[in-house]
Design a protein around this ligand. Sequence first.
Ligand code: SF4
Length: 406
Amino acid sequence: MTALTYRPLAAQDAERLALYSDPDTCPADALVPVPLIQEPAFISWQQDIPRAYLEMAPEELDVRISRARAALGTKLVILGHHYQRDEVIKYADFTGDSFKLSQHAAAQEHAEFVLFCGVHFMAESADILTNPGVRVILPNMAAGCSMADMADPDDVYAAWDEITGILGDEATVIPLTYMNSAASLKSFVGERNGIVCTSSNAQKTFAWAFERGDKILFFPDQHLGRNTGYQMGIPLEDMVLWNWRIPSGGLTPDQIRKAKVILWQGHCSTHQRFSVEQIKKAREEHPGVNVIVHPECRWEVVQAADDYGSTEKIIKAVSEAPAGTTWAVGTEINLVNRLARQNPDKTVFCLDPVVCPCSTMYRIHPAYIAWVLEGLVQGHVVNEIIVDQETRKWSLVALERMLALP
Ligand code: SF4
């Protein structure tokens, strides 16, 4: 069976994505289960799903998925990212953020198939970390990540050549990529003495890098890089921004020589929506509120919050808080809604009043799960993610450096 290749965000997709990222058009009822054909953005999702699945009602899909899971038994493990919608996360054998899921993927030695309900870069990492005999499936091949797409490998290679060319023997740069990047970039950093990080361990990876070099080139998320560097005592003026849209990143050789951290100009469209104004409003309307945000939020938002951290840290903070406390959370809406339901003794709400899921995580619809699982039952593997051997080799080096951190 031929593995489909990942289709990066095309111009028409970007238009459809506006549905979910523009506060004026984001559908507030987007989280209600509907047949695939009724999803407003389906036009930009994987199209070669058989037509029979398009109109299936949520109840029918539930029956078919449950039946296929039972038939596959222990051959199948389903991993679900916290940002998945409820009607998907309920099938997950393991849930987690990208770091926790990478650990779960690495632990799968006996399964034949890992169904990854998340986005493309996560499924690639799962393929790299699992035994070669474990086949990783992504339900919808259009489930990418707009942040990962902001670091085009050719742009990164060109930036690297330019930066290292300017520095020569004066200083050593360590490349550091966020988990949210293509496997080819993980391979790139692995081959150049770099490392991968997640939002759970970014500080540890910065410390690891500064033990081995003088500067860090961090991609693709400028905000995680800036927030991490600042937390470690690096002044904002020592962190410069490489704008990949303009020559030399918009930086002078002198700026590059003086910088401790060179940040790629990428961002998460979901987390960049949170603002200082929203925090002020939450504090006015809920005196005593605890504000916690994800480090993919802007620096000023993180500074205005009471705390920040990875998705796992946010879940722990809210879950372990005393009854009666109030939490304004700056992260993806599916997770915040779930946290609110799981903590009925607390008040939990999203900082952003407009209900917008991560538009690419949202592309995992139960119809795709039913399609790929029923295919597996019949012996057909669709949507397999296969990372080539050379990319796998160096990506694994970079990922294992991360997983080995204390
Ligand atoms: S939440 Fe942001 S970083 Fe995560 S998959 Fe969605 S766009 Fe990418």
